[in-house]
Design a protein around this ligand. Structure first.
Ligand SMILES: Nc1nc2c(ncn2[C@@H]2O[C@H](COP(=O)(O)OP(=O)(O)OP(=O)(O)O)[C@@H](O)[C@H]2O)c(=O)[nH]1
Ligand SMILES: [Mg+2]
Length: 221
């Protein structure tokens, strides 16, 4: 892999990192409700099951670093699974959602994980136990064991209904991504959100498991 010149490097460092994130999980676990909470900060208790796929952009400023997410909400029903697969390409973040109120929804995530490993093996996986406002049928221990077995980078409990845990999860996910893709030095030195700067350029970050550095620049999404 050729080294980036310092000028190119600086230019890259000034750009807003863009991450593609996909919400996956069984029907009814609350993917669209999380999507809606993240997008518009609302909860619609009459939300219809997702047909097909939908996306939105979300910008975040975490530790003075500006980051943009392109988030994809997918349908949980089996018949859309092949359509969902076609959206895995270039995904850096997979949000595996189960309902803490429904223990089968955790186990059923394995079928999504198989797909992810096949179509987007470098994506960073996060486990999200949604509906934490309801009575828990899945213990934290089971969720943690599942996360360890399937190499999820972290586990979060959220409620799309109340909003609990969502901001915290997004912040932690962003930190993990920036550290993994860019490394702490680049993060501290160059990604400060600065109202006088413009961030028009976008870069794509390909995870480099060897040295945690930017591996290549290309169009992300
Ligand atoms: N109590 C509670 N209910 C929730 C929460 N999130 C979603 N729901 C409810 O769960 C049901 C399913 O939510 P959706 O967001 O449509 O689930 P989904 O995962 O997108 O389902 P599909 O689109 O069919 O894959 C709806 O009745 C929501 O109101 C939550 O955090 N707490
Ligand atoms: Mg949905």
């Amino acid at each position: 892999m050729p080294q980036l010149s310092s000028q190119k490097m600086f230019s890259s460092l000034r750009a807003t990192p863009k991450f593609k994130a996909v919400l996956l999980g069984d029907a009814g676990v609350g993917k669209s409700s999380l999507f809606l909470r993240i997008k518009d900060d609302v909860f619609d208790k009459k939300l219809q099951p997702t047909v097909g796929i939908e996306s939105c952009f979300k910008s975040l400023c975490v530790d003075r670093a500006e980051v943009s997410f392109h988030i994809w909400d997918t349908a949980g029903v089996e018949k859309f699974q092949s359509l969902t697969r076609s959206y895995y390409r270039n995904t850096q973040v997979v949000l595996l959602v189960y309902s803490v109120h429904d223990c089968t929804s955790l186990q059923r995530l394995t079928k999504w994980i198989q797909d992810v490993e096949q179509h987007s093996p470098n994506a960073m996986k996060f486990l999200i136990g949604n509906k934490c406002d309801l009575e828990k049928s899945v213990s934290d221990q089971s969720a943690n064991n599942f996360a360890a077995t399937y190499e999820c980078a972290d586990v979060f409990l959220t409620s799309a209904k109340t909003g609990e845990g969502i901001d915290k999860a997004l912040v932690k996910i962003t930190r993990k991504l920036l550290n993994s893709y860019l490394g702490p030095f680049m993060l501290e030195s160059h990604f400060a959100c600065d109202s006088t700067s413009t961030y028009e350029e976008s870069i794509s970050l390909t995870k480099d498991t060897n040295n945690n550095s930017v591996k290549e620049r290309s169009c992300c999404i």
